[in-house]
Design a protein. Structure first.
Length: 94
């Protein structure tokens, strides 16, 4: 299965990467994808990901195809071939 991971906001600043195509076995979970991203970009740990390498720091999340946010309870679900995952940080200030 091939997916495209796009980095926006803090994840893009931290990695210096706009997007990366990745290949996984069918049935890979969002959690496994995030874990792989932490291995590929260890600088995400502490900034975007918790020290466990698979849980997001507050205000960071995955978006699927620009249509919906992947909730923590959905991290064991799987994307489909050709999906686009957007790793983003949502920060608000005043």
């Amino acid at each position: 299965m091939r997916i495209l991971v796009e980095f926006t906001g803090i994840p893009r600043v931290v990695t210096g990467v706009k997007q990366i195509p990745l290949e996984f076995q069918d049935g890979v979970t969002y959690r496994e994808i995030v874990r792989q991203l932490g291995k590929l970009y260890p600088q995400l740990i502490g900034e975007v990901l918790q020290p466990d390498g698979e849980t997001f720091q507050p205000s960071n999340m995955l978006n699927l195809n620009g249509q919906r946010m992947i909730q923590p309870a959905q991290m064991n679900e799987s994307p489909h071939d050709g999906d686009r995952l957007i790793l983003m940080s949502i920060l608000a200030g005043g």
